[in-house]
Design a protein around this ligand. Structure first.
Ligand SMILES: C[S@@+](CC[C@H](N)C(=O)[O-])C[C@H]1O[C@@H](n2cnc3c(N)ncnc32)[C@H](O)[C@@H]1O
Length: 301
């Protein structure tokens, strides 16, 4: 499927700053207000849509730890990796014995789904626990492995060029997305493959934010917005959508623990969060999009 143009191409979000004097619940709602204004670039729209996810200052200040967590256990590689268009699009561009660069690798599900034919995997992540899992998973599979700790693209000059570069479930963490995407392209000989959910991963907590903080969360950006950024960069990307399993904590107590942290609530409210999760069970599936484009001298697809 060819790149689609963004439905929002004529309008741009402007995040309305919250007043420091506004009471917490009121300010929480005000801080997420987005109005559609003069035309911005697709890259600026991507940034603004992600910045709208900022949690109001007063709520963050009340939290005992950062709510922006990626618990490593959630991103380990399952015993059996589900087939997906993302894996298919990457595999078809990989030579036998080829190399995969997995950016924001977590435990490495995106890379290990490709081995074989891949024989060498390079994992990049800013969380050292993720890289420890990635390395152990590679050793278990008898693969040649390299890990690079740090933020992409700041660490890109330490990464070798691979046959295929993949980044699954990372784009919504990256406000400055143009250098992120450009560095992926510069480190792939054949193809770059991204996977991202159609809605921001924290959208599943919309109801909980409303319930606990009277806070409305934003609803962008979307894969379509990322395609618009690629288009603006002169990259003719392709995309396809599919339905996949939603990765979530399977243990209710653990889910309540991480959800309570994501909601900036104190430990004594964990039981309340648990009750909320029982009353509002999350969906087990979600819509996902694979985005891919040719890289390197061949640029054949
Ligand atoms: C949602 S997890 C996805 C992990 C893995 N790709 C997967 O699909 O299971 C996102 C991962 O990206 C990492 N990450 C986010 N932004 C990054 C960046 N700019 N550079 C390197 N790692 C990043 C996080 O530490 C986390 O391990």
């Amino acid at each position: 499927m060819a790149t689609t143009s963004s439905k929002r191409s004529l309008a741009s979000p402007r995040v309305t700053a919250a007043s420091a004097a506004t009471p917490v619940a009121h300010r929480a709602v005000a801080s997420c207000r987005v109005s559609w204004d003069v035309k911005l670039s697709a890259a600026d729209r991507w940034r603004a849509a992600l910045e709208a996810w900022a949690i109001p200052e007063a709520i963050v200040a009340s939290a005992s730890q950062s709510p922006w967590i990626h618990p490593p256990a959630l991103f380990d590689v399952p015993k059996s990796i589900e087939p997906s268009p993302s894996h298919d699009r990457a595999r078809e561009a990989l030579p036998s014995g080829g190399t995969v660069l997995d950016v924001g690798c977590g435990g490495g599900v995106a890379a290990f789904a490709l081995a074989p034919p891949a024989a060498r995997v390079i994992g990049v992540d800013h969380q050292v626990e993720m890289l420890t899992m990635f390395r152990a998973n590679a050793v278990d599979r008898g693969l040649s492995v390299e890990t690079i700790e740090g933020f992409w693209p700041a660490v890109a000059d330490r990464a070798p060029v691979a046959d295929v570069a993949v980044a699954h479930h990372v784009a919504y963490n990256v406000a400055d997305v143009v250098p992120f995407l450009a560095a992926l392209g510069a480190h792939a000989r054949h193809r770059v493959v991204l996977e991202l959910p159609d809605r921001h991963p924290l959208a599943s907590l919309d109801g909980a934010w409303r319930h606990f903080w009277n806070l409305e969360r934003p609803d962008g950006p979307t894969p379509e917005d990322l395609l618009a950024v690629l288009d603006e960069m002169g990259i003719a990307a392709h995309s396809t959508s599919f339905v996949g399993r939603l990765r979530a904590e399977t243990d209710l107590d653990q889910a309540a623990h991480f959800t309570r942290i994501r909601l900036c609530l104190p430990a004594e409210r964990e039981a309340e969060v648990r009750d909320f999760l029982v009353a509002h069970p999350p969906s087990t599936t979600r819509e996902l999009t694979t985005i891919w484009w040719p890289a390197g001298p061949g640029q054949s697809d």
